[in-house]
Design a protein around this ligand. Structure first.
Ligand SMILES: Cc1cc2nc3c(=O)[nH]c(=O)nc-3n(C[C@H](O)[C@H](O)[C@H](O)COP(=O)(O)OP(=O)(O)OC[C@H]3O[C@@H](n4cnc5c(N)ncnc54)[C@H](O)[C@@H]3O)c2cc1C
Length: 482
């Protein structure tokens, strides 16, 4: 592995003058007709040339902007010199899933957003694509596992937070069992994010790797109903991690939301994107989309629903959002891709009811125009209905993507667990420790709807603290036996 560059020896002027290459995407019409990944691959020469554009900023703002502190400049330096395996190992030293983060992180809000090229109004070094490029080519290698510590950890929730905890604790010699309510592990990586953003084969690969390390998965098991957290402690687990996400959708409190033809985002995405045998029995039916689809919401989930509806064959798919594009919370890159694929956008309008046609199915959406008022607590200007501006549109399918919150069914039954608004779990941010001894938590269950990379970051912190907790209890137990 070559050394890091001497910062003074990097010819920044020459690098800044290097040409950039467009991100390689499949043709918009072709890709809107299937569920395969949108981005295609670079060859090694192009990837190396893109890596060479990195000017190796001494202050490394991209590292500071990454929730995992990925050592991006060094990884890109290694790639530039053709050492793909070492570049991948730099990413893998701080991230449990670089091939996934490379694809789904909103890089324009994180590392690429602070790249000096971005500040100059140019295309940033495509850090995400390069991360995925090297990780795809240098799969994980099985490390030498330490002797088993005799301690056991239970992980509830097999999303990115839980899978991260499982990997780190197993590599420290602990036995780990992961419980999940869905039929297969992956959390939103499988039961949310569509395959055109990220092949689910990557989730299978991650799960296979963890099973190979000895992680045990128990699926179709809802902790809080099929068993409890107390049962897990009683069964001998020394510590438990709650990585249960925030998967309860926010309801639309408007008339007609229960009509046939009105869908919630998660079941809609699961039916369309997850293999039938990995879907829960209750969702194993096709999602028929009609000709005119309205997706309500402005985040990543809404854009995934829009693009899924296009791929299911809808003729006209419109994203309805009550503010303007400037306030939209989702990844702008996905919005751009959706636009290329044929999505329409209707800003400053909000549905206020759904009505059936003669057959009893959804046929009309009643809406009202909105305008932006004063800023609310989120800092964004509050959307206010424009009086007398009601209008109707014909639709035959509506998908509601209005956001998510924590699940009271999972958390309220845990004695001594402090929670915050929205049934989110309160933790010590440095350790992931909850108010209940031995119980840790992280990811969306704590943050509310956030990102894959923040779930991994919180899982990493909690795993370290869980390791310390288990080793401390072991030494005190050993002391008392002596
Ligand atoms: C449609 C959609 C698209 C998204 N797109 C992106 C994106 O492009 N980029 C990005 O960075 N982020 C994206 N996100 C957000 C990201 O997926 C989440 O922030 C991340 O998955 C959170 O990870 P987690 O491990 O905390 O929880 P999750 O991934 O939600 O996993 C939680 C797991 O816990 C299980 N569980 C819950 N309760 C129980 C219980 N009581 N017993 C047993 N198991 C339980 C669930 O079944 C689930 O498998 C998206 C989210 C959605 C919904």
């Amino acid at each position: 592995m070559i050394d890091r560059p001497n910062s003074k020896a990097v010819d920044r002027k020459r690098r800044l003058a290097l040409p950039e290459t467009d991100l390689p995407t499949r043709d918009a019409v072709e890709r809107a007709g299937d569920f395969r990944e949108v981005y295609t691959d670079w060859d090694l020469d192009t990837a190396r040339a893109e890596a060479e554009r990195c000017i190796q900023c001494p202050a490394a703002p991209c590292v500071k902007a990454c929730p995992l502190d990925n050592d991006i400049p060094y990884a890109l330096w290694l790639l530039e010199h053709g050492d793909v395996a070492s570049a991948a190992s730099v990413f893998r030293s701080s991230s449990t899933m670089p091939e996934i983060c490379g694809r789904v992180c909103p890089q324009s809000e994180l590392c690429e957003g602070v790249c000096p090229y971005t500040k100059q109004g140019r295309a940033p070094v495509p850090i995400g694509r390069l991360e995925a490029f090297v990780a795809d080519r240098a799969p994980r290698t099985r490390p030498h596992l330490p002797a088993n510590t005799g301690r056991q950890a239970a992980v509830v929730g097999a999303g990115p937070a839980g899978l991260t905890v499982a990997e780190i604790l197993t590599l420290r010699g602990h036995s780990v069992t992961v419980y999940d309510a869905w039929p297969a592990p992956g959390g939103i990586l499988r039961y949310g994010i569509p395959t055109f953003k990220m092949s689910h084969g990557l989730v299978d690969g991650l799960v296979d790797w963890l099973e190979g390390l000895g992680v045990r998965f128990v699926t179709d098991t809802f902790v809080g109903r099929d068993c409890t957290v107390e049962d897990l402690f009683d069964d001998g687990f020394d510590t438990v991690f709650l990585g249960i996400g925030a998967g309860i959708h926010r309801e639309a409190s408007v008339e007609g939301a229960d009509l046939t033809g009105v869908h919630q985002a998660t079941p809609f995405l699961v039916r369309a994107n997850v293999e039938k045998d990995l879907q829960p029995a209750t969702l194993r039916s096709d999602t028929p989309v009609g000709r005119r689809v309205a997706v309500v919401g402005g985040g990543d989930t809404a854009m995934d629903c829009v693009r899924t509806a296009l791929r299911l064959g809808a003729e006209q798919v419109t994203c309805w959002y009550r503010r303007t594009e400037d306030e939209m919370p989702g990844n702008p890159r996905d919005r751009r891709l959706a636009g290329q694929e044929g999505a329409r956008f209707r800003w400053l309008a909000q549905p206020i009811g759904f009505r059936p046609g003669k057959d009893g199915r959804l046929a009309f959406m009643d809406c009202v125009e909105m305008q932006l008022g004063e800023a609310d607590s989120s800092g964004r200007r509050r959307p206010v209905p424009v009086e007398g501006s009601e209008f109707e549109v014909e639709v035959d399918t509506v998908v509601l993507a209005l956001g998510y919150m924590g699940d009271e069914g999972s958390v309220d039954c845990i004695a001594g667990l402090d929670t915050a608004a929205g049934h989110l779990i309160t933790i010590d941010p440095e350790t992931g420790a909850t108010s209940r001894e031995g119980l840790f938590a992280g990811g969306d269950a704590v943050l509310g709807p956030a990102l894959v990379v923040t779930a991994v970051a919180q899982g990493r912190k909690a795993a370290e603290a869980m390791h310390q907790h288990m080793m401390a209890t072991r030494s005190s137990a050993a002391g008392s036996w002596a």
